[in-house]
Design a protein around this ligand. Sequence first.
Ligand code: HEC
Length: 91
Amino acid sequence: MKIIVVLIVLTGCAMPAYAADIENGDELHFEHCTGCHDSVVYTRENRNVHTYQRLGTQVRFCKDSLGLTWFDDEVEDVIEFLNRKYYHFEN
Ligand code: HEC
């Protein structure tokens, strides 16, 4: 039993401090972000966002204008979700 606990702690340390939780991003996005625009806004021909950095700026802008108080982790989750699903920027 002790060995298992030690292993969990060790592998936990070897992982990056934080990896984005895409599923959480999906849920947050579904709950808060689909009121004004559906996903077409992310895939349309003349979309505004052309870099990963710009995606972050836009997500924060929309989030702030909604008065949502998300933790940085949650913002990252949504950015990662949108990038994996729609934008596909290298970062
Ligand atoms: C109050 C309405 C509203 C809500 C709710 C909203 N947005 Fe937006 N969003 C906009 C508007 C307006 C635009 C600009 C659309 C345009 O350029 O035609 C936009 C554009 C965007 C774009 C850029 C699309 C592109 O052109 O590439 C992203 C990304 C985005 N929103 C993310 C989010 C996220 C994430 C949330 C949830 C936190 C959210 N939005 C919620 C109004 C909203």
